[in-house]
Every structure is written in C-alpha cells, then in structure tokens.
Design a protein around this ligand. Structure first.
Ligand SMILES: [Zn+2]
Length: 342
C-alpha cells in the first residue's frame, strides 16, 4: 500500500471529500491522483462518498478508521423500491400522477449523517461555498452538498455556486478548497447576507438535517402534527410542489420572491413553506385553482396538480389526500363531468 508523506487530522464538521482534498494538497497531489492511489480508475473523488467498496482503501491513505469514514459517507439506505413495493402504494383515483408515482418510489435514498435524504437532493457535481465560513475555517461543510440548503446559517450568508472572477462552477478537481481553477481565492468573495425573509426557512432546513436529534425534533415540533413524521426530502418536495401551485393560484406570489437572490426551486420552497402552518386547509384554494386551470388546458398547472398527489402519497398523508380528492371531485362536478375521466 502506498504511504503518503503526511496525513492530516479531520476537522470537526468537515466533509469526507474535504479531508481528501486537504490531504492531497498537503502532499502536492491533485485530488484525482488521490483517487487513483485509493484504487479508483476514473471519476475523481466523488464516488468515494457513495461506494463502500471503494472506501476500503481510504483508512490507510487518510489514517482514519473505516467506521469514521463510513459515518461521513452518503451510503444508500435502500437503492430502489422495486415495482413489487411500488405497487403497494395506492394508485391515484385520477388519470394523473401514477407514472410519476412509480418514478418517485424508485429513487435512491441515502444516509446523510443519520438523516435519510434522496440521492437527487445531494448535489456533488458542483462545489458550493460560503466565503466567510471558508475564512473562519478553510474546509468544506457537508451540508453544502445538500441541494435544498442555500445558506451557511452560522455565518448568516448565502452559498455561492460559482467563481466571481472567472464565472465558472467548479467541483472537486481544484487544488485545495479555498481557490478556484483560475487561482482566485474564494475567501475574497463578498459574502451575501441571508435576506431576512429567508432566515426562518434557512434555520428550519439546517435543523432538519442536523445530526443532533434534539435539533431535528425542535424543528419538527413547529410543524402541524400531520407533517411531523414526513421525511426531510419529501417535505422539501412537498414545499416546492405547493409553491409551484401557489404561483399558478396567486400571481402576486411571483413578486414576493422576485427580489430574492436564490434559485427558482428555493423560491418555490420558500412559498410552500408559508403554507405549512395551516396545512392542509391552506393548500385547498391553490389546488382548486390548479385543477380548474388544468381542465382548461393549462398544462403547467396540470403537471403541478398531478405532482401534489404523488408527493402527498409519498408523504403518507391520507387526510390530505382525502381533502384533495374531495376538492377534485367537486371541481369535476361543477364542470358538469358526471364521472372521472379515465
Ligand atoms: Zn475562477
């Protein structure tokens, strides 16, 4: 086994890839060379997060126990609920959403420091960063890998996703964690404060994925009882879906989030977040409006409408499904349709 000249202790609160990157730099190696030393042929260091077999060589290389490394990996909890399991999910009573339902049920779910997160909520292709946090400690925080996390809450700043100087997005091939390919020092970026509108959502999301169960419990205790047991990824999907419905229902909604310097999905999640305290009654007018629009041939709302059924089923919310079904049936009968089209 190849022995590195120097090994570094992991920093508390540092991600696994961050530890690999810092060790590479300390040994004058590129991250890809580190990956090769650990037995990877292609693909850089990101696959080490997901593949237990690949990680076997990391303890010797980094000087850390396999247990410690696995604790920081995003290992699949279950790869896919195969059609047999998916079939157990009751199908929608309407010709909407059943295809999507199957798709959702087959998603990979991964362990993120004790919390189950959908694989497609873990964004590793680009490496996001917070300049002030990097100035305090030049390492990557794992929560920056979670797509719906948009801030570094402790320093009160938004995450950046590209270099201010060369405008490029970067991943895990730069030399070190505090500089871009173009050598621009990421700590020199001007930190963007979290807008006051988003502070509550920011804290809520960070608490939901906090490794400390108490913090998670506190965040969940603020939800209405029917939503308290819903998994974090499904809750995020629910907020985004409701946000999408709300934009269709209430055109002013677009104005509310227009000035917010975050991605559209985050804006939709912010809108959906405002619907949670009064759930499920809060969502009825938006659903009603979306259904009317879908029957009048406005496809965008049609898609949102089907999606809310599939997300509600994924979240196991029978009460909400019952209410949505009632809304749909009453719109249908107002429209003069004697039966649900099939
Ligand atoms: Zn750059």
């Amino acid at each position: 086994m190849f022995k590195l000249r120097s090994q570094l202790d992991a920093i508390v609160g540092e991600s696994l890839l961050s530890h690999i990157m810092r060790t590479a730099k300390e040994n004058y190696l590129k991250p890809d060379h580190m990956a090769q030393l650990a037995g990877a042929r292609i693909g850089g260091i990101v696959p080490f997060l997901f593949d237990r077999n690949m990680a076997q060589a990391l303890p010797d290389l980094l000087g850390v126990s396999l247990d410690e490394i696995e604790r920081k990996m995003y290992l699949p909890v279950y790869e896919a609920r195969r059609p047999a399991a998916a079939a157990k999910i009751p199908s929608a009573p309407f010709p909407f959403g059943t295809g999507e339902l199957k798709l959702q049920a087959e998603k990979e779910v991964n362990n993120f420091y004790g919390t189950e997160i959908n694989r497609d909520h873990l964004h590793l292709a680009r490496r996001r960063f917070a300049p002030d946090a990097l100035s305090i400690g030049g390492y990557h925080r794992p929560e920056w890998d979670v797509g719906f996390i948009f801030s570094n809450h402790e320093t009160g700043e938004l995450l950046h996703s590209k270099c201010r100087f060369c405008e490029k997005k970067f991943g895990w091939r730069t030399r070190g964690l505090t500089e871009c390919f173009c050598k621009y020092d990421l700590r020199d970026h001007k930190a963007k404060p979290i807008p006051s509108e988003l502070l509550e959502l920011s804290a809520f999301l960070h608490d939901l994925i906090n490794p400390c169960p108490l913090r998670q419990e506190q965040a969940r205790s603020r939800l209405p009882s029917s939503l308290q047991a819903v998994g974090v990824s499904t809750l995020v999907d629910l907020m985004i879906t409701v946000g999408r419905l709300a934009v269709g229902y209430y055109p002013g909604a677009n104005d509310i989030c227009r000035g917010l310097p975050v991605d559209r999905e985050i804006k939709l999640m912010f809108l959906g977040f405002t619907y949670l305290p009064e759930w499920p009654a809060s969502v009825v007018p938006a659903v009603e409006s979306a259904l009317w629009n879908s029957l009048n041939g406005r496809m965008e709302e049609h898609v949102s409408f089907s999606r809310i059924f599939s997300v509600v089923d994924r979240a196991s919310l029978p009460e909400t499904r019952g209410i949505l079904t009632q809304v749909a049936l009453s719109v249908w009968s107002d429209k003069g349709l004697s039966r649900v089209p099939s």
